[in-house]
Design a protein around this ligand. Structure first.
Ligand SMILES: Cc1cc2nc3c(=O)[nH]c(=O)nc-3n(C[C@H](O)[C@H](O)[C@H](O)COP(=O)(O)O)c2cc1C
Length: 229
């Protein structure tokens, strides 16, 4: 069941009991449900800057009652998209290549909120993140050749977050285009972006902890996501 169907079911089943509350995003959930937040860690190094911010975000969300999970994309064997288009021949919204991409997708489908974190590598997402984005093309109902209906994917209606770290102080030049790329991916899949952190994080592992502003932003975004249904 996707989140929209899930929300509808909850609305249906709790209307009589009066347990429904309005949320900042205009969706409804009963008080007993825990929001599920999935963090996709895109850096090749664990406990680096993006991983640190993601951990802070997820911990804050957990403290607000959310169920959280972090996945290190580098631990999954994902092949590149070969543009075979078999995914769109039958509108099956899944990829025919056999590897561990499907394991990541299953986690994304099970989540309410998806947060992609990536360091800037040459003004781009890391290879690990790019592999997921490219193979995510298979989740769209139609090929890029067709007139695309945005959101025609199993991830439609989910909430999205973005964390991007670069070394430079010039976030606009280096981090913003990377976040825009992830945002475009979200748009096509129907994931609604609800928060972005762009951090000048330095080069050394964990150096981002010296940037108090973004550390606080990660806490606040975690809390926001925990309360976003
Ligand atoms: C291959 C590579 C390319 C990079 N390209 C850029 C860049 O274009 N601009 C920038 O500001 N930092 C760049 N960086 C630095 C990282 O984005 C930065 O150190 C970041 O904080 C690392 O995050 P992590 O600790 O999560 O891996 C690059 C680092 C690597 C390894």
């Amino acid at each position: 069941m996707d989140r929209r169907q899930f929300s509808k079911t909850v609305v249906k089943t709790t209307l009589g009991a009066g347990l429904i509350m309005a949320s900042p995003l205009g969706l409804y959930l009963d008080h007993g449900s825990r929001i599920r937040i999935l963090g996709l860690a895109g850096s090749p190094r664990k406990q680096g800057n993006t991983d640190t911010l993601l951990s802070v975000l997820l911990k804050a969300a957990q403290e607000e009652g959310a169920e959280t999970e972090k996945v290190y994309l580098k631990d999954y064997h994902v092949k590149p998209c070969v543009l075979c288009e078999q995914c769109h021949q039958n509108h099956q919204k899944s990829c025919v290549l056999k590897d561990e991409f499907q394991l990541v997708v299953e986690k994304m489908i099970a989540a309410d909120v998806i947060v992609i974190s990536s360091p800037v590598h040459w003004i781009a997402v890391t290879t690990n993140v790019k592999l997921i984005m490219d193979r995510g093309y298979s989740l769209l109902e139609d090929s890029f050749k067709e007139v695309m209906v945005l959101g025609n994917s199993p991830l439609n209606g989910k909430i999205g977050g973005i964390v991007v770290c670069c070394n430079s102080k010039d976030i606009k030049t280096y981090a913003e285009p990377v976040a825009n790329s992830i945002h475009l991916f979200y748009k096509f899949l129907g994931i609604k972006l609800a928060g972005t952190i762009l951090a000048s994080a330095g080069f050394i592992e964990g150096e981002v902890t010296q940037n108090e502003i973004v550390m606080n932003q990660a806490v606040e975004l975690g809390k926001k996501f925990a309360n976003s249904l």
